[in-house]
Design a protein around this ligand. Structure first.
Ligand SMILES: [Zn+2]
Length: 335
């Protein structure tokens, strides 16, 4: 790899880039002692030397190009005048209701990353108890604040109404530099900006787990969660949305033109149980095979039998054919 970079730099410095690039990229590396292509080789030697893999003739665009300046690496939203060691107003508000670890600015690749990032560890409830968030999601401060507020003001009180305190929220994904739905080449996901989090389940103080995408989990609780999440976040995707969110709930704070919001989560319920067995008419059992024979109508043998023209009399035997020699003898006598 290093040899390639050096080669490209040397050629680009001595001649035109347009003329040099195709030659560099299309020629595969050859060992110095390789025989010329036209020279005939012995079959055994030819079989021993593997052919180099075919290389693309056109240059492939790299997935990520190394930034050349700090400004390019930091991203378009970086403003040096805003750089300070003081916590942001968002972080001050967040630290009042949550346990967080501030992170340095996350850089790239591409448009991924951003400033004012934190790792959310736990949320403080008004009664002084904590709700753990595991694994602690890395989020932009604004997203972390909304997520923590939702846990504190919506999720925890609602779960407590069902009889047990909320202890832990299970996270499926957080900051992750990737395309939407992990599709290569797709538009950058809000996860790449630390602006989205995926959650899977609640763990209660009684060790019970409530999986938010489980159709057997309490339906009313899941309906409440859907309403509260969709009111707070601009994108909510769950089961039934697009096939990529059957096992977790995605929430983000994407900003769209006209304040457009997406709330797609089908709170599924189990299918109705089958009707009771007694209500289904039971077909009569087929009679046993041994009882079939007496009930069967005997075959009408008379109707199927040809009536004899002799009416029971003795059937005369056919007249035996005379031998050929006897016939000739008779003929001679007549003649
Ligand atoms: Zn997601």
């Amino acid at each position: 790899m290093v040899r390639w970079v050096v080669a490209i730099l040397v050629v680009a410095g001595t001649g035109g880039v347009a003329a040099a690039q195709p030659a560099i990229i299309s020629v595969p590396p050859q060992p110095a002692a390789a025989a010329p292509a036209a020279a005939p080789a012995a079959p055994a030697a030819a079989a021993a030397v593997p052919l180099p893999p075919a290389r693309p003739r056109t240059p492939v665009k790299p997935a990520w190009t190394e930034p050349r300046t700090f400004l390019e690496a930091a991203g378009p939203d970086f403003k040096s005048a805003e750089v300070t060691s003081e916590p942001s107003e968002c972080r001050l508000r967040l630290e009042a209701i949550a346990v967080v670890t501030p992170l340095p600015r996350l850089i790239g690749p591409g448009a991924c990353g951003g400033g004012d990032m934190v790792q959310l560890e736990a949320v403080r409830l008004p009664n002084g108890s904590r709700v753990e968030v595991r694994p602690g999601p890395v989020l932009r401060c604004g997203m972390a604040e909304s997520f923590a507020a939702w846990i504190r003001d919506e999720a925890a009180p609602r779960v407590l109404k069902d009889g047990s305190a909320l202890q832990r929220v299970s996270v499926a994904d957080d900051f992750n530099c990737r395309g939407r739905n992990r599709v290569a080449g797709a538009r950058l996901s809000e996860h790449g900006k630390g602006n989205a989090v995926d959650i899977r389940a609640f763990t209660l103080a009684n060790n019970k787990t409530i999986d938010l995408t489980d159709m057997h989990a309490p339906q009313e609780l899941r309906e409440d969660m859907k309403v509260s999440i969709c009111a707070r976040f601009t994108t909510v995707l769950g089961p039934g949305s697009d096939g990529y969110h059957e096992e977790h709930i995605h929430m983000d704070l994407a900003e769209r033109r006209g304040g457009y919001r997406i709330c797609q989560w089908n709170v599924r319920v189990p299918p109705p149980p089958p009707p009771p067995v007694a209500a289904v008419p039971v077909p009569p059992e087929p009679p046993a095979k041994s009882q079939d024979k007496p009930q069967e109508k005997p075959p009408e043998r008379v109707a199927m039998t040809m009536r004899s023209p002799f009416d029971g009399k003795a059937v005369p035997l056919p007249v035996p054919k005379p031998a050929l020699a006897q016939l000739r003898q008779r003929g001679k006598r007549k003649l």
